[in-house]
Design a protein around this ligand. Structure first.
Ligand code: PHE
Length: 344
């Protein structure tokens, strides 16, 4: 075979070549482009070509080498494409990625539990505005005009566009009692969870924003015994404690009034700390709705009577989840928030 024939043979051979595996691709490279390959030999041969043929054959040989190189690149590329197509790195046995569902806020957890407990005995949820007028927050609840709670020190006043400063950020959820009593006829059985505001110095133990849940039950013949039974039931369900005591207290809107303590026990150091060594934990205020309050909401105090109670949520949340500083509850640092997975 002379050089010209060898070149023609090579054109035909190259045309036939194909590779479908990595090995075949490598064999192609060794056969044509390797150090002992076809081109190496042809370039050796080329030295023997007569000088007048060199020009034409040289050009042809270089072109064919480029063709072979291009073909090799093409083989590699299609090999990569086919590996990804036939062997996807999609592992169908791998568990799916989970939705980032977030966590329930500790206050929401406590609130939901308390709502659930009272739902079970026929209480439904009522709500009211956080910006409240003086009447619903104070006057209708029997706070006399000179009552210290109305003082600038305790209450955030809100300027009304018409200039009067009759509006406040509600200082307790008892305002929802009034709203419910003026809107519904007895029997009334509601709990009212919500945010309340007091002009207090912020510290690890107290905040100017906190949450309360109010309870209200009005019907014919409701007595203090009903109140006590309800609170005992709640203490058992919520704290898992069966002993409570009622200490006489004072609220303008209830008569008689009491503070409710739950017997926590003194079994360990934590019990000592949270009960200040007494074994008793104060959990809420309560009392029989003052007849004057019923009357100011147009409920006949001769016919109806009722009880009310109100408790803060922060303290329970702090105990339950061992939160050392109340401010953490309001800072919304996700590293704090994501720790409280709902038990659901
Ligand atoms: N509103 C009272 C408070 O803020 C709590 C309370 C509610 C007391 C209902 C008695 C009855 O402390």
């Amino acid at each position: 075979m002379n050089f010209s024939e060898k070149l023609q043979q090579l054109v035909a051979d190259l045309d036939q070549e194909k590779a479908s595996t990595a090995e075949e691709t490598e064999q192609f490279r060794i056969k044509y482009l390797g150090s002992k390959g076809v081109f190496k030999a042809l370039f050796e041969d080329f030295k023997t070509v007569s000088s007048d043929e060199k020009r034409a054959f040289g050009k042809q040989l270089n072109q064919l080498k480029s063709t072979a190189e291009a073909k090799f690149e093409e083989m590699k590329a299609s090999l990569n494409a086919s590996t990804t197509a036939t062997k996807p790195h999609l592992d169908l046995t791998r568990p799916g990625s989970l939705f980032d569902i977030g966590a329930e806020h500790p206050i929401s957890i406590i609130k939901r539990e308390i709502i659930d407990i009272f739902h079970g005995i026929g209480f439904s949820v009522a709500e009211g505005p956080e910006i409240e007028d003086d009447w619903h927050n104070f006057s209708a609840l029997n706070f006399p005009p000179e009552h210290p709670a109305r003082d600038m020190q305790d209450t955030f006043f809100v300027k009304n566009p018409n200039g009067s400063d009759d509006f406040v950020l509600r200082t307790h959820t008892s305002s929802v009692q009034v709203r419910t009593m003026t809107e519904q006829k007895p029997p009334i059985r509601i709990i009212a969870p919500g945010r309340v505001f007091r002009n207090e110095a912020v510290s690890a133990r107290s905040h100017c924003i906190f949450h309360q849940i109010e309870g209200l039950y009005i019907d014919e013949g409701v007595t203090f015994a009903d109140l006590k039974q309800t609170l005992e039931y709640f203490a058992k369900e919520f704290f898992g404690k069966s002993k409570i005591r009622l200490r006489p207290s004072y609220f303008p809107f209830t008569e008689p009034s009491a503070e409710v303590d739950v017997y926590w026990g003194l079994e360990n150091e934590l019990d000592h700390r949270i009960t200040k060594g007494t074994g008793w934990l104060e959990v809420m205020g309560c009392g029989m709705v003052d007849p004057a309050v019923l009357a100011s909401s147009n409920i006949d105090p001769e016919k109806y009577s009722g009880f009310a109670f109100g408790m803060g949520l922060e303290r329970s949340a702090m105990q339950r989840f061992q939160i050392p500083d109340i401010r953490m509850i309001f800072e919304n640092d996700v590293r704090f928030l994501k720790q409280f997975q709902s038990a659901l």
